[in-house]
Design a protein around this ligand. Structure first.
Ligand code: UDP
Length: 359
């Protein structure tokens, strides 16, 4: 993107058309900010934001952050641009690494030239299959650097190191949020992560696919809580020289999650066991003492309440299915062991990738 001066001092949200990004855009717009959403629409969707376009100062710019960009006059930058679901980020692993690393670099340059803070969406995946439990920010992690998850894990780890080098070398105010499993409305039906898969399967009376024996754990944070944490982190005055965990410290096995989804949907689906994907972490739970102390933040939504809201959302989406969809295949939960069809590996700007745009 060539140099552009933005007149209404917007906040940039890269990945703003995605699940998390669209909730963040909505929240920032509601607080009275102007927002520029950058998205290449590889997993994000215009429809996540369209309801905001008429009434709010929102600009949606089709852009791949792996390409350099120059915008002047921005006030804050959130970098949420990267597929976050294992089947999606593994579908085109080289592109995932490039999005994570080049994307972070390009946005850090944008933060440096504008002299504004940047919040980097990092991930609990930087802890890999953790040997310390719950995970504190001080833990360096246990990542397989050459496995099928490495494109995401190592891409995000490299992005973190870039952030702290920009802090040390250029005094950029970086805020690195290590985001744990998050769920809620606007997840894609074909997202492939466990919460959306189980809900869609339960609502469609299909078997719930449990990978491995289901004893592995995750800690699930409702999207509104997470967005609150991101906004607080961005507005925090204190310059933190460490990443901050954002997630819900209540830990569940995957079997417990399946039971709860079945109970709340009233579904009579059965469960089927399928092979555990390689390098699937056996346990994951954030220690959020730092977020509590530095941001005054902790999640408020129980899994039961968050799931009820998410089930209501998917219920509506699936009920609208015949009118909205063009292809039946698109609205089914991801077959857990099938690979998502990769988008063409290219670093061309999204504006030139009509094939990538999903509406
Ligand atoms: N999982 C599962 N069934 C599914 C999808 C995922 O049992 O249909 C498991 C997956 O193997 C992992 C956990 O649920 O142990 C969380 O997976 P997810 O893809 O949601 O996120 P991750 O934490 O692995 O990035």
């Amino acid at each position: 993107m060539t140099a552009r001066l933005l007149l209404n001092s917007p906040i940039v949200v890269a990945g703003g058309a995605g699940f998390l990004g669209s909730h963040l855009c909505e929240r920032l717009l509601a607080a009275g900010h102007a927002v520029v959403c950058l998205d290449n629409f590889s997993t994000g969707r215009r429809s996540n934001l369209e309801h905001l376009l008429e009434s709010a100062p929102l600009t949606i710019q089709s852009w791949d952050i792996a390409e350099p960009l120059l915008l002047m006059g921005v006030t804050q930058i959130f970098n949420l641009a990267c597929p976050a679901s294992p089947p999606h980020y593994q579908a085109d692993p080289i592109r995932t690494t490039m999005t994570s690393v080049r994307g972070a670099y390009n946005l850090l340059e944008l933060a440096r030239t504008n002299g504004v803070p940047l919040l980097q969406a990092s991930t609990s995946e930087v802890y890999g299959d953790p040997t310390v439990h719950p995970q504190t920010e001080a833990y360096w992690g246990h990542v397989n650097p050459t496995g099928t998850r490495a494109c995401y894990d190592e891409g995000k780890r490299c992005a973190e190191s870039l952030c702290f080098d920009y802090q040390r070398e250029h005094d950029v105010n970086v805020k690195v949020a290590r985001i744990f499993n998050t769920y809620g409305p606007r997840m894609r039906v074909d997202d492939g992560r466990v919460v959306s898969n189980f809900i869609v399967q339960a609502l469609q009376s299909k078997p719930l696919t449990i990978y491995g024996d289901g004893s592995q754990t995750r800690s699930f944070c409702y999207v509104d809580d997470l967005v609150e944490g991101l906004v607080r982190f961005m507005s925090a005055k204190e310059v933190l020289r460490t990443p901050v965990n954002l997630g819900n410290p209540e830990e569940f096995t995957i079997l417990e999650l399946a039971d709860l989804v079945l109970e709340l949907t009233g579904s009579r689906s059965r469960t089927v066991f399928q092979p555990l994907p390689s390098d699937d972490p056996t346990q994951r739970c954030p220690n959020i003492d730092l977020a509590r102390r530095a941001l005054g933040w902790e999640p408020r939504t129980t899994l039961r309440v968050g799931l009820e809201r998410t089930i209501a959302y998917f219920d509506r989406v699936l009920a609208g299915e015949p009118r909205r969809r063009r292809s039946r295949a698109k609205l089914h939960a991801v077959d857990p062991n099938a690979r998502v069809q990769p988008a063409p590996a290219t670093l061309e700007p999204a504006t030139r990738q009509a094939g990538h745009v999903q509406r």
